[in-house]
Design a binder for this molecule. Structure first.
Ligand SMILES: [Zn+2]
Length: 391
């Protein structure tokens, strides 16, 4: 983005200068040496090409000061100053631009948007909010203004306003990318309602979140926690079990709630059944460890170890291996050949997946030593990775 702005600056400067030269209503005094513009221009350009950006910026700024009519140059300069962190300077440029009576409607909207972005960057959110709100009247600039307003409302935790803004964006665009976001925003409102003690409202909001985004895992986690807190364990189970349908990867987040709810209903056996069903579809280490814990509680460590050995063969994992060592120690048995075999298979599997070389420049990693990095094309930047990699 920044690179593009730098390229845009000379283009804007030249087109502004050119319009200034051609336009009769600017009242330009043609007697004044117009050659001074190209001089400053070429000077600025050569600074840019030599990567002397500070000097280039000064040259183009001088050019803009002399040639007052070029809104494009001021806009480009303002954006550059903002991106360099000189927000005060950007604000001054954009403010003086807006104050001009000769500005076209489009230029005025561009300047308003830029000034709003300056204030956003400076963290003066109320001022930025006012500027973006003013822009909503201009159909062409309403979408970027709404995007910024959404960021502001989210930052200020004004969830209702954020939802309303996201809705407007949804109506203007394809509408797809805002469903997840609105779902999350409704969850935020629900969490607030819950901490106020308004459980009815919280439940209603979570229902709306799921209506908005049926894949919203967070809504079901919150729903489960809420119902469990109220002692409505069947409703809690329904919500937690729905997480498994949405995304089994998130199931470890609700295992505690699930187990407590089954326990409270006096059906600990169902937890085991449920876990077995999920593991059959997605054999995650965390789920296997939880299942084995249940088996140990209910039928003892021997059976737990047998089951774990079978499951680990199907889906090896470090946490599963860790549990295997624990169980062997509980049984006060030496580690058997069967378990040792499993260890070897697991370590081999992990070793086979481990990258052996990593580029120090771009992070490319692989199992073959390239002297020229396939990622960034630099020479001799790949180094062997030590046995234990911490990063
Ligand atoms: Zn590289």
């Amino acid at each position: 983005m920044l690179e593009l702005l730098w390229l845009l600056l000379p283009v804007a400067a030249l087109s502004g200068w050119w319009i200034g030269q051609r336009s009769p209503q600017t009242g330009r005094n043609y007697a004044s040496p117009s050659r001074s513009f190209p001089d400053a221009y070429y000077q600025g350009l050569s600074y840019l090409l030599n990567e002397e950006r500070d000097k280039a910026l000064e040259a183009f700024t001088r050019m803009a000061e002399v040639d007052g009519e070029t809104a494009e140059v001021h806009l480009a300069l303002g954006s550059l100053f903002r991106n360099r962190g000189e927000v005060d300077r950007a604000i001054r440029i954009h403010q003086s631009l807006i104050a001009r009576p000769s500005l076209s409607r489009r230029e005025r909207s561009q300047a308003l948007l830029a000034l709003g972005e300056d204030h956003l960057k400076a963290g003066v959110l109320d001022r930025a909010e006012n500027l973006f709100t003013e822009l909503l009247a201009d159909r062409e600039y309403a979408t970027p203004a709404l995007g910024h307003l959404l960021t502001i409302y989210e930052h200020e935790k004004e969830w209702s306003k954020a939802i309303e803004t996201a809705r407007r964006l949804q109506r203007q665009g394809d509408g797809r990318q805002y469903r997840d976001r609105i779902g999350q925003l409704r969850c935020e409102l629900a969490a607030e309602a819950r901490s106020r003690g308004d459980t009815g409202q919280a439940r209603q909001l979570l229902r709306l979140a799921l209506e908005e985004d049926p894949g919203c895992v967070r809504a079901n986690i919150l729903r489960g926690d809420l119902e469990r807190e109220l002692g409505r364990y069947k409703a809690a189970l329904k919500a937690y079990e729905a997480v498994a349908e949405q995304d089994p990867g998130f199931l470890p987040e609700v295992l505690e709630g699930l187990e407590a709810s089954y326990q409270a209903l006096g059906r600990p056996g169902q937890m085991e059944t449920f876990l077995r069903q999920v593991i059959a579809r997605s054999p995650e280490g965390a789920l296997i460890v939880r299942l084995v814990g249940l088996i140990e509680q209910r039928r003892g460590p021997r059976e737990a170890l047998d089951e774990l050995t079978l499951l680990l063969r199907r889906a090896p994992s470090l946490e599963g291996l860790r549990r295997l060592v624990d169980l062997t120690r509980t049984l006060e048995e030496p580690i058997g050949t069967r378990e040792l075999q499993l260890f070897y298979e697991l370590l081999d599997g992990l070793e086979a997946e481990r990258p052996r070389y990593r580029c120090q420049r771009c992070g490319f990693a692989g199992r073959i030593l390239f002297w020229q990095c396939p990622g960034c094309k630099a020479w001799a930047t790949l180094r062997p990775i030590g046995e234990v990699e911490t990063a």
